[in-house]
Structures are given as structure tokens and as C-alpha cells.
Design a protein. Structure first.
Length: 160
């Protein structure tokens, strides 16, 4: 059964609390106040990555995660635009969806304008923390949230 938008927000907020606890257990603490969450419900407009920040971000649609990615402090193009443009970089959401034959059956989806469909039909979450933590957390930041997202959505069609 597809999960609702309220469920995935709850899952993310619990995951952030868990991430802070795991970092503390690893003797590499981060304050919960250093992490912020932006929810961009469909239709959404992508944002730029704030200077001095890094992020894990995800696209949610039809009850599951479609893509989870991470962006370091110098990855604004990846964070804000490449996932909306098939062919702009390797492993983008637009490219994955445009190449997925199942998407041809989705009402309103056109492989030539996958970015428009993504903006109109998916919800996006951005989990941000100061880039000063990049050395400590970049290895397991995305991996941690991906494992939580997969666990939270048993019918996930996740493209990590």
C-alpha cells in the first residue's frame, strides 16, 4: 500500500533524530539544530543549495522514493537542476525516468520533458547540514538516509 506524504515526513524526521543518535554513538556528534529539513510538496520548484551547506535530497512519488542523492558544498548544479534534465549528467532522475519503459504508461509523462513531470508530480525533501561536517559525514550521510528510506517504503522503486 502506498504511503502518504504525512508518513514520509514522519519517517524523515525520525531518521534525522536517529542520525543524530548514531553520530553521537560514533563519537562524532552533531546537534539536531545543525540539521534542517525542507519539504517541497508537488508541484515544487527546485532550490539552490545554500552557500556553506551540504544536503541529502529525495524525490517522492506515488508512495515511494524515486531518487535519493547527496550534494556537497560545490554541487549546486547537481542539487538544483541536473535531476530535472535528462542527459545533463550521469544518474539523474529525469534520465532514469525517461529511460524507464513503465513511465510511458504514466499519464502526463513525456520522456522529452521529464523535468516538467518531476516538478509537477513529485514531492522533494532536502535535508541540509553545514558543509563544515562534510569530512565527517559525507561517507555515511546518504547511505544512512537511503537505508532508512528503503526500510520505510517496502514497495520502493528507489533509484539511488
Amino acid at each position: 500500500m502506498p504511503r502518504s506524504i504525512a508518513n514520509w515526513r514522519d519517517d524523515i524526521e525520525r531518521a534525522v533524530i536517529d542520525f543524530v543518535a548514531v553520530a553521537e554513538l560514533a563519537d562524532d556528534p552533531i546537534a539536531i539544530a545543525d540539521i534542517s529539513i525542507e519539504y517541497l510538496p508537488a508541484p515544487h520548484r527546485p532550490k539552490s543549495l545554500l552557500v556553506g551547506m551540504m544536503a541529502v535530497y529525495g524525490f517522492w512519488g506515488d508512495g515511494s522514493w524515486l531518487k535519493i542523492g547527496k550534494a556537497g558544498p560545490r554541487s549546486n548544479a547537481r542539487y538544483g537542476s541536473q535531476h530535472y534534465n535528462a542527459g545533463s549528467a550521469k544518474s539523474t532522475l529525469a534520465g532514469s525516468l525517461a529511460g524507464d519503459p513503465h513511465m510511458l504508461a504514466v499519464q502526463g509523462f513525456d520522456p522529452l520533458s521529464a523535468g516538467d513531470w518531476i516538478r509537477q508530480s513529485t514531492h522533494r525533501v532536502n535535508i541540509l547540514m553545514p558543509a563544515s561536517h562534510v569530512r565527517n559525514y559525507s561517507r555515511y550521510w546518504k547511505r544512512f538516509f537511503t537505508s532508512v528510506y528503503i526500510r520505510a517504503t517496502s514497495s520502493s522503486c528507489l533509484r539511488a
